[in-house]
Design a protein around this ligand. Structure first.
Ligand SMILES: [Fe+2]
Length: 313
């Protein structure tokens, strides 16, 4: 199975509405969009319906930008129905089988627990301080947790949603399935997905959670994600799961100095994630290592036309 992974195009509204493309649609069996094509989720789904769906099935995982102006609870059913009406499968705490492969996932958010050390009380104190500090971030000013009451999503809400989604993924992956399993989330789940210069950065727990133990325990074939705007593909020592992230195509200022990295180069693995044969992808088609003896591949394109890009989002 060839999977075309797309994410973080961060198009302007006129671009997504006009059906802007970034090259030819590749030959693949299914497209997995892992969020943030633009800030307008219905337009993003329409874009998938018009640009991609005529060529292949589309599984659409929302990103944080997809949820701007939306509610993380009360709008999900409507978005699922909206997508279904356009031939697109919306995946938010959902599972779907396409072409004999099982796709499990959702937006995910983060648990703010990355690098939190110490005893339980010390960790909770640190996490609580991170949640308090995150309240001023844009996601918490533009996304609702209770839209009928006009209540915006708080960091505590997104953390709760993260835990709900991880529990869902764990439960679904525990079910036997005769075929490949792909987990697709917008948020990343492994420190190996970080750009090396952000290892230890105090802001990263908002972007990324560490679920190594879940990956090792459940061993899905692939875990696809976006959000980091940094191309990475790697497998760990104790799990053959291949984690793949797609970079963004657009430089957007976050107030940080921009970073430069070439697309589709693997990030430096963290010390606990150095496999016996670190896997280096080819330029465009990411193939599973031969040692795993499986004929599946991930195709990543339409992601980067500019070496300068924002770091995460
Ligand atoms: Fe994002």
């Amino acid at each position: 199975m060839r999977i075309w992974q797309i994410s973080d195009l961060h198009m302007e509204r006129d671009e997504v509405v006009s059906g802007k493309t970034f090259g030819g649609v590749p030959d693949a069996d299914v497209a997995v969009v892992v969020g943030d094509l633009s800030d307008f989720v219905e337009d993003n789904i329409d874009w998938c319906s018009r640009v991609v769906r005529p060529k292949m099935p589309v599984v659409y995982v929302p990103g944080n930008h997809d949820m701007y102006g939306k509610c993380i609870y009360s709008d999900i059913d409507d978005l699922r129905a909206f997508a279904a009406g356009r031939g697109v499968t919306f995946l938010e705490k959902d599972v779907v089988v396409v072409g004999g492969a099982r796709f499990v996932g959702g937006l995910l958010w983060s648990n703010y627990e990355l690098w939190a050390a110490g005893d339980d009380e010390e960790r909770e104190t640190l996490v609580e301080s991170r949640l308090v500090a995150a309240q001023e971030k844009p996601d918490y000013k533009r996304i609702y947790a209770d839209r009928p009451a006009g209540r915006l999503m708080s960091p505590w809400d997104s953390r709760r949603r993260h835990k709900e989604t991880i529990s869902f993924i764990r439960r679904e992956l525990s079910r036997p399935f005769d075929g490949p399993t792909v987990v697709a989330t917008h948020f990343p789940v492994h420190v190996g997905s970080l750009q090396p210069q952000y290892v230890g950065d105090h802001d990263q727990p908002r972007y990324l959670s560490d679920h190594c133990s879940l990956i090792e325990e459940t061993q899905p074939d692939f875990w696809l994600h976006g959000h980091t705007h940094h191309a990475v593909s790697s497998a760990g020592r104790s799990s053959p799961t291949i984690r793949v992230a797609t970079p963004t195509r657009r430089p957007v200022s976050t107030g940080r100095s921009s970073t430069r990295s070439k697309p589709l180069e693997p990030s430096l693995p963290d010390p606990q994630d150095v496999g016996p044969r670190p896997w280096v992808p080819t330029r465009r088609v990411l193939r599973r290592p031969r040692r795993l003896r499986k004929q599946r591949s991930i195709l990543v394109s339409w992601t980067d036309r500019n070496p300068s890009r924002r770091t995460t989002g």
